[in-house]
Ligand binder design. Structure first.
Ligand code: PPE
Length: 315
């Protein structure tokens, strides 16, 4: 169960957790007209720090633009500041931040452009997405019978609520069949992504990941791993990946804000190599966790410290 925190940010004001309610006839409830983000704030020796905050907020603003949410009322800077202040106000040392921008209550009907935009930011403490064990030992996954959203149906580059109905189908099917997660193929039948993670495949020392044209979310963790692989001198290509490549890979892993860097030990009950976390995955994981935990210098400027600025004032 979700553990409430004290405050939620709504359109520029802090309100009590329980007051963050919307009317059942808000546009978003019938038509899924919402865009959102998921951002982790990590415990570091210099206090909590949000990981790649600006990139996440930029993607949210991009998602809103794709959906013609022209009335989207806040700038990237304002949203970044609001998130940092929210973590301070809720006195959390580490948490997951969930900003949501939705079309609210007003007119009924699909159009939606006359309905007010409501922006909320909540945060709470969130543990390991695919279980504590997953990061060390990996997860068992399947290929979903559901495809990922096809090009020019729902825009995959937008992190929109509507995309997650497709994700739910993938995740529920995997869960019911005893898998930790499902991997969807794209419209053409090539590997796309998990219900809530991007995917990486390693063979003969080279990392492969599907390109943005394969109906994937442009993951911030995906981008992080691409940069870390460059830093470590590990060759990486963005390329279409046939399904069977997963079965014969040396290593496969997921990336995501919630899932972080999670090894995959089997696909469709076919063991990936020895069925243990592989050396490239482990190297990337180590580098990733060293940076987010503040054990290594933040050489890319990815962390935003929560307590670096002025003390928060509760409105
Ligand atoms: N693909 C999908 C479909 C996706 O939902 C996510 C994040 C990613 C890739 C990875 O993106 P990024 O977080 O920027 O590296 N999924 C979020 C939702 C989790 C949830 O269940 O809610 C997340 O990881 O926060």
């Amino acid at each position: 169960m979700l553990k409430p925190t004290e405050k939620i940010w709504h359109n520029g004001r802090f309100i009590p957790w329980d007051d963050a309610r919307i009317h059942v006839l808000s546009h978003t409830v019938s038509y899924a007209s919402a865009v959102f983000e998921g951002i982790r704030c990590y415990h570091t020796p210099s206090g909590p720090a949000a990981f790649r905050l600006r990139e996440h907020v930029r993607r949210m603003v991009d998602s809103a633009k794709i959906y013609r949410m022209d009335t989207f009322p806040f700038t990237i800077d304002e949203l970044c500041d609001a998130m940092i202040e929210l973590v301070r106000v809720n006195k959390l040392d580490s948490c997951y931040l969930r900003p949501i921008a939705l079309r609210g209550y007003g007119e009924m009907g699909v159009l939606g452009i006359h309905n007010p935009m409501e922006v909320y930011i909540a945060c709470w403490e969130w543990g390991k997405y695919l279980g504590e064990e997953a990061l060390a030992h990996g997860v068992d996954v399947c290929i979903s019978s559901w495809k990922r959203i096809a090009p020019n149906t729902l825009p995959a580059l937008a992190k929109a609520a509507s995309n997650y109905m497709n994700s739910q189908l993938i995740r529920m099917e995997a869960h019911i069949n005893g898998y930790a997660e499902g991997i969807a193929l794209d419209e053409a039948g090539y590997v796309s992504e998990g219900s809530g993670e991007n995917i990486f495949v390693i063979r003969d020392g080279r990392i492969h990941t599907p390109p943005l044209g394969a109906s994937v979310l442009p993951g911030i963790t995906r981008d992080t791993v691409i940069r870390l692989a460059q830093d470590l001198g590990i060759p990486l290509v963005e390329t279409i990946i046939p399904r069977e490549m997963l079965y014969i890979a040396d290593e496969v892993f997921f990336t995501g804000t919630a899932a972080e860097v999670t090894p995959i030990r089997s696909v469709d009950r076919i063991q990936v190599s020895s069925g243990k976390r592989g050396p490239v995955t482990e190297r990337l994981q180590r580098e990733f966790f060293a940076i987010i935990n503040g054990a290594k210098p933040d050489r890319h400027g990815w962390l935003t410290r929560v307590h670096a600025g002025q003390p928060a004032v509760v409105v």
